[in-house]
Write a protein that binds this ligand. Sequence first.
Ligand SMILES: Nc1ncnc2c1ncn2[C@@H]1O[C@H](COP(=O)(O)OP(=O)(O)OP(=O)(O)O)[C@@H](O)[C@H]1O
Length: 276
Amino acid sequence: MIATTGTTTPPKQGSPILAEENINPDTRHGVILYVEDVSVSFDGFKALNDLNLYINDGELRCLIGANGAGKTTLMDVITGKTRPDVGKVSFGQQVDLLSLSEAEIARAGIGRKFQKPTVFENLTVFENLELSLAGDKGIITSLFHKLSSEQKDRIAEILKTIGLTPQEKQLAGALSHGQKQWLEIGMLLAAQPRLLLVDEPVAGMTAQETERTAELLTSLAGEHSVVVVEHDMAFVRSIARKVTVLHQGSVLAEGSMSEIQSNPDVIQVYLGEEQG
Ligand SMILES: Nc1ncnc2c1ncn2[C@@H]1O[C@H](COP(=O)(O)OP(=O)(O)OP(=O)(O)O)[C@@H](O)[C@H]1O
């Protein structure tokens, strides 16, 4: 029988993301994300096919693959948007992500950055971060609530990390495309995620913005684990210590960029296209 149980649910709006509710995943074996034997079918088509992936605590991993390889579906499974037909997905050794809702997964400490920035254009950079810090307390409470010195320090720290301290009073709508992307990364950081999933962060960026983004993502690794889905191979080369290549819903190869580049299967199905 053909399985058609890969289901996609729309993201819940206004989901509370509170840093203090983050749970502490058990990473005693050095792994923060386990994806094991996961398959997802859409009307009989296997978008993910017996996929196995392990992300180490604190690592920066790049995920590459041709169009339709399953990268987005994998991100959707990790964040609870799509439920697999079979398989196991856990945050650390014990937290079963398949039993949690999208909001609960976000609260558990998994942040996702979509390709298109979604900052509040009519608020300042500082206010955008203030709102993210407020979590489910909401916009009204947050605007009338006086920030504690600890919260102010936290915002200052995030501004420094994302390189937007000089722009803190600027309206987010006036930022460049690259700056908006960094602000959104900062808004995710307000929830203190352990794992960050970042979808095509440098699409549409200038060369200088791309370089700055490479520095930013590299600086986040260590304290956070970061998975970057990216098509820009020059960017992947500049940041990746370890690259996973997806092909037809499975892992085709995994290793350093030079290992990947010399892998005959990869050359044939992916890099071959790029070079060819
Ligand atoms: N909701 C859905 N219903 C039916 N098919 C889907 C659905 N979502 C994804 N697919 C199919 O599953 C396959 C994998 O798609 P996915 O978006 O995960 O690939 P991708 O690697 O992210 O590609 P891209 O680089 O183009 O974003 C594609 O063939 C896609 O058409």
